[in-house]
Write a protein that binds this ligand. Sequence first.
Ligand SMILES: *[C@@H]1O[C@H](CO)[C@@H](O)[C@H](O)[C@H]1NC(C)=O
Ligand SMILES: *[C@@H]1O[C@H](CO)[C@@H](O)[C@H](O)[C@H]1NC(C)=O
Ligand SMILES: *[C@@H]1O[C@H](CO)[C@@H](O)[C@H](O)[C@H]1NC(C)=O
Ligand SMILES: *[C@@H]1O[C@H](CO)[C@@H](O)[C@H](O)[C@H]1NC(C)=O
Ligand SMILES: *[C@@H]1O[C@H](CO)[C@@H](O)[C@H](O)[C@H]1NC(C)=O
Ligand SMILES: *[C@@H]1O[C@H](CO)[C@@H](O)[C@H](O)[C@H]1NC(C)=O
Length: 557
Amino acid sequence: LCTFFFLSLVPLELSVQDSVEVLLGAPALIPCHYGFGPSSQEPPFVMLQWFRSPGNSSRARIFYGDSGQQLVDNNTEYSERVEVISETNRSVLTIMDVRLSDHQREFFCQVNGLAAGSAEGKTVLRVFGKEEFKGPILRYFFLVLHWRSSSGLFTVQNTLLLRVQKETRDALFSCRVSFSVPGDVRSLESSPVNVTVHYPTSMVELWKESPPGLLREGDTVELRCQGDGHPPPTFVFTREQPDVPLDSRGDVLILSSVSRKDSGLYQCRPGNPHSSSEAKGEVQLTVHYLDAAVVVPAETEIMFRGEALTATCNALSSLPTTTAWYKDGRIVGTGSSLLLQDASYHTAGEYVCEVTVPVLPALQTQSKVHIIVHGAPQMQSPEQEVRMEQPTGRVLNLSCEAQGSPPPTLSWSLSAAQSWEEVVSRSFSHSSLSVVSIRVSADFSAVCNASNDLGSEARVFSIKSFLFGVFIVVIILGLLLLAILGSVIYFLHKKNRLPCGRSGKQSITKEKGNAKDIVVEMKTEESVLLKAVNGDKRAPTEQVQRPLRTRQEIHIL
Ligand SMILES: *[C@@H]1O[C@H](CO)[C@@H](O)[C@H](O)[C@H]1NC(C)=O
Ligand SMILES: *[C@@H]1O[C@H](CO)[C@@H](O)[C@H](O)[C@H]1NC(C)=O
Ligand SMILES: *[C@@H]1O[C@H](CO)[C@@H](O)[C@H](O)[C@H]1NC(C)=O
Ligand SMILES: *[C@@H]1O[C@H](CO)[C@@H](O)[C@H](O)[C@H]1NC(C)=O
Ligand SMILES: *[C@@H]1O[C@H](CO)[C@@H](O)[C@H](O)[C@H]1NC(C)=O
Ligand SMILES: *[C@@H]1O[C@H](CO)[C@@H](O)[C@H](O)[C@H]1NC(C)=O
């Protein structure tokens, strides 16, 4: 008894692992080591039992062994799946085909050495399944992020409850799960999910997309509406009357070929009838216009020479305008009125007034007035009477040109019976021209009378005729007479000298063939005479007499 007591004081040493981790389906080996203190003697009889933790009932034994027998208990769920290998101071419980239900089970190793005492150790079995990860699933009740896995394995599910904001619309959500595997901790991250956030429209904007700049009648206008809601709502466009929707396409309203009547305040608002949003966009459209220019006086206006007239030009426009007047392509005035003073025939013509809108050059209009200037006939040259002397027989052109509007009618009247014909007769816008061709036969006067509705003016041509041919004949005959007279005097003089010496006469006859010099002298005389007849104005008598003197000297030779 004393010995027993002593022995009983020597503790039995037993060690087990706190936990054993094993993959689902694999065998789990749970070792249990035991021994006795060195001072104690190995007991002759050792009982070893394995228990499993209580499920919902009490703790149950699964194995019993001693030196004599090894038996597996028949009435537990492990009866078919356990094996125990017992050695000197070690027992290993092997659980085959580990199941999920084995997870967190506690296995107790109990050694009873009688006098050597007893001891017990506990090992927890951890079972790991192969991880199966299902990504996030979105459900909208507000927003709930569900995260689930299937199968009978452990399911870890986490829900993110989030109050979404507009700003959340662009956020990407993902979840990460961390889990243990035998000997390690791992994590998996889901692919990102896109949270569609719906929110009402709180702000709407409406603007003119095209055309840029000011609008004019005839333009095609595109209005665009945009709101900040999601998803983007459809829009209803209205003008002034909110109940009358305009025919629009999505967020665009097209107004084709606008007129001034299309000016006004345009609005757009979300088209969803359930939307409580009061948000709306507005834009004021002004369609500019320029009406046709009106010129006063209109079309054609008749002025009399010297008169003054003020023409005006006006065009109704929604914008400030500028007016310019043109005549023959040149600018003649600016401003809505044009003063035409002291009208002359130069004043006559077409006046074009052009009205433009400086800020919108595409707007322009023009109109015109035709100014006609009327005036009584007025001869082109100032002198009223023209006097001239003309030789008889000459064909004379008399020209008569008169200004006036309407163009004057030119009529000729001749005093004497002259043969005449009109060779030119022309009328221009403010003048007329007539040329008559007259053969002069006697003195006469011709009157050109220019007349129109407003009056008449006449021009008189007085022609004195003379015989030009008789005058010439008289001069020529006079000269011939002088020449003959000269010749007579010469021969008479020669006759008087001949009796003084025969030799002279003979020499002339003898040397008939050699009398060149004398013949030459004679020719000279003739040429001098002819020259005088041909009208050399220098005193012809003088020239005639000079060769007579010379001839005396030649005679001596
Ligand atoms: C038995 O256990 C003791 C102490 O635990 C140890 O010293 C001894 O070596 C073991 N014997 C065998 C055979 O393993
Ligand atoms: C636990 O109790 C339930 C009924 O309450 C029974 O079906 C089940 O077999 C019990 N489990 C164990 C291990 O005793
Ligand atoms: C278990 O059953 C077998 C046969 O059915 C029997 O031989 C054995 O003794 C039983 N063991 C226990 C502990 O009852
Ligand atoms: C989010 O979802 C929307 C609509 O399903 C899609 O158009 C968009 O590309 C997604 N964004 C990302 C980052 O996946
Ligand atoms: C007179 O005028 C006509 C027509 O222009 C012309 O043919 C003719 O030669 C003129 N005669 C004289 C003498 O100038
Ligand atoms: C010119 O003609 C007009 C109209 O035919 C006439 O009234 C006027 O007396 C005439 N003048 C002369 C100078 O012949």
